[in-house]
Design a protein around this ligand. Structure first.
Ligand code: FE
Ligand code: FE
Ligand code: FE
Length: 178
């Protein structure tokens, strides 16, 4: 493999490793912040998945002969910071859960982009085993994104809207009593 392409693949792998290890710290906090049981469970399951994804990246790094550490994924730092900011603005409940889902789906989409490119590059480089490992993770990120959409559609968004309607009704009653 051309050295330059190999070193690019190594750098991108390190960036993704940084992203995943940041998520190992963020996901327990997201699970803690989630009020909807299905969402809490989704975050807990994704944490376990993320641990396996980190191990896959370590294997691929070994195949490439690079240290998995060495890059800071600034995009993931930004996505996590932005998520924390929006979550902090809301009290525990379905509206905060809706914000958590948005933050988590932005993270999944970043990961889908990162792993999609890694798979394509590993294939181009003839690294079939590495490409297979990375493709497994890519599929997990896509499945997680879809699961989050389902939890939003079936649980969180309707509950957030019911809460808003209940608030309006309370205001309405107060208004008519005054
Ligand atoms: Fe991941
Ligand atoms: Fe990055
Ligand atoms: Fe993920």
């Amino acid at each position: 493999m051309a050295e330059d392409f190999k070193s690019l693949l190594g750098e991108l792998l390190q960036d993704t490793y940084s992203a995943e290890t940041q998520l190992l710290e963020a996901l327990p906090e997201m699970a803690e912040a989630a009020a909807t049981p299905q969402l809490k469970q989704a975050f807990q399951e994704h944490l376990a998945m993320t641990q396996r994804q980190v191990e896959r990246l370590e294997k691929v790094a070994e195949m490439l002969g690079v240290d998995p550490e060495g890059e800071d994924c600034e995009a993931m730092e930004g996505l996590i910071a932005e998520g924390e900011e929006i979550v902090d603005e809301h009290d525990e409940g379905p509206v905060r859960d809706a914000a958590l889902i948005v933050a988590a789906q932005k993270v999944e989409h970043y990961e889908i982009a990162a792993y999609g490119s890694l798979v394509t590059m590993a294939k181009a480089a003839g690294m079939r085993e590495a490409a297979d490992l990375l493709a497994q993770t890519l599929q997990e990120e896509k499945d997680t994104d879809e699961l989050l959409t389902q939890v939003a559609e079936q649980q969180v968004n309707p509950a957030a809207l019911r809460g808003a309607a209940a608030n309006d009704a309370t205001k309405g009653r107060k208004g008519s009593a005054a």
